[in-house]
Design a protein around this ligand. Sequence first.
Ligand code: GLY
Ligand code: MN
Ligand code: MN
Length: 511
Amino acid sequence: MDDQPLTERGDNRSRRPQSAAFKRFMTEDWGPVDPDPAAAKRLAGADSAALRRRQLANRFPGDRLVFPAGQLARRSNDTDYRFRPHSAFAHLTGLGQDHEPEAVLVLEPLPDAQAAGDTHEAVLYLRPAATRETAEFYSDARYGEFWVGRRPSLADVAAQTGIRAEHLGQLRDALAKDAGQVQLRVLREADQIVTAMADQVRAEAGAQPGPPQEAPDDPDAKLAEAASEARLVKDAHEIGQLRLAVAATIEGFERVARGLDQAVAHRRGERVVEASFEAGARVEGNGLGYETIAAAGPHATTLHWIKNNGPVRPGDLLLLDAGVEVDSLYTADLTRTIPVSGRYSPVQRRVWEAVVDAADAAFAAARPGNRFRDVHDAAMVVIAERLEEWGLLPVTAAEALAADGQQHRRWMVHGTSHHLGLDVHDCAQARQELYMDSLLEPGMVFTIEPGLYFKPEDLAVPEEYRGIGCRCEDDILITADGAENLSAALPRRAEAIEAWMAALRPPASPR
Ligand code: GLY
Ligand code: MN
Ligand code: MN
């Protein structure tokens, strides 16, 4: 069989019968499947998604807007990652969890704006479940129900979302309709196959296949920007989902604190921490909102420490940065830096309390009328002042805070805040004037996460600081007259954390 194409050799491990008798028998004698009460249940977020579609579509009258959910992503060889739809698709349909690979939301321009104010009609194109009379049912390991379990029908998805559902096979014609007359805009990053289809449709209509992404007037880039900016202010449904995500995340932190002795006992204690948090995330939610940072001792000075393969030693700090993503795909993003022994050493306490003071200053600046960047600036004043107080800055705090100074940032190179929602770093394609330079508005949700990181080999600080890394991260909702700390239930001050740990760990456990 030397002439067997490489692409077919993956099937050499099994021998699916090819006989006509087998194929016929596989399509026969299937009784009705028990109805799934959730299959056609309207999603809790369907109404708010409908409002978002209308608001976004109103910005592009006459244009056809295309938001793919994305393809299954290959993990290795013929195994895929669990599917997660693109966040813009989730935002505009309300579909979360693993719904629905390959689906595409099209906002189709209506010939005449309707009385109700709709400029577009939403249509979802998707690959519905194959019936039991088809070979796909048992032979398609990616989509056949014999392999992957029950999949929704077009009617199910229409009932869940309130959006007309059509077979994916209709998508190309839908994109090509009136090509050349209708401006087609596609969210390019979500699905290469749909993007290539849209470019081909444009090329056939005589248009260029999509200008470079960087061009500011690129129609596709404008759509991505608008979809990102549409998420800057969260509605009541989204805030409710974020509250659920925060609550599940706090439970995860409690679970980790409760099991810290097991982490100490294992040579890869950081993995024990990571695994404990992830177990809760999968049980209570859809999973993790991002890879957990479980960083003990000096690993906490590596900002994105996700190897999590080190020990957790008594006397060290443990920086845990983790978030549960709930089924609707909204995520929390919280960090606490806790003493493994249950008590901070004097220098650990000094650094941690400084970071919490910086967070408090940032929190005080988080209110309507202030700008997003004011939150960061407020935190930086505290960080620079503490570093000056400890004799670590080579200049005064005032000089460091000047634009041509910034020496304090050696020990906190990251930003203080980012928007939070369906993506942990939400609204990433929003314009600067609507992000860093924007006024804060009720409904915005973002993190406040100052930190201080003294690398073990940092000769600019006295030895007692070396190897200490601390970050405190909370999730904040801007309200009409200030801000609410959504994660206030997770203790922040050193004393409160010590009391919390003492209450969670059985008194008999060895320290
Ligand atoms: N966990 C990523 C961040 O805090 O931004
Ligand atoms: Mn964050
Ligand atoms: Mn974080």
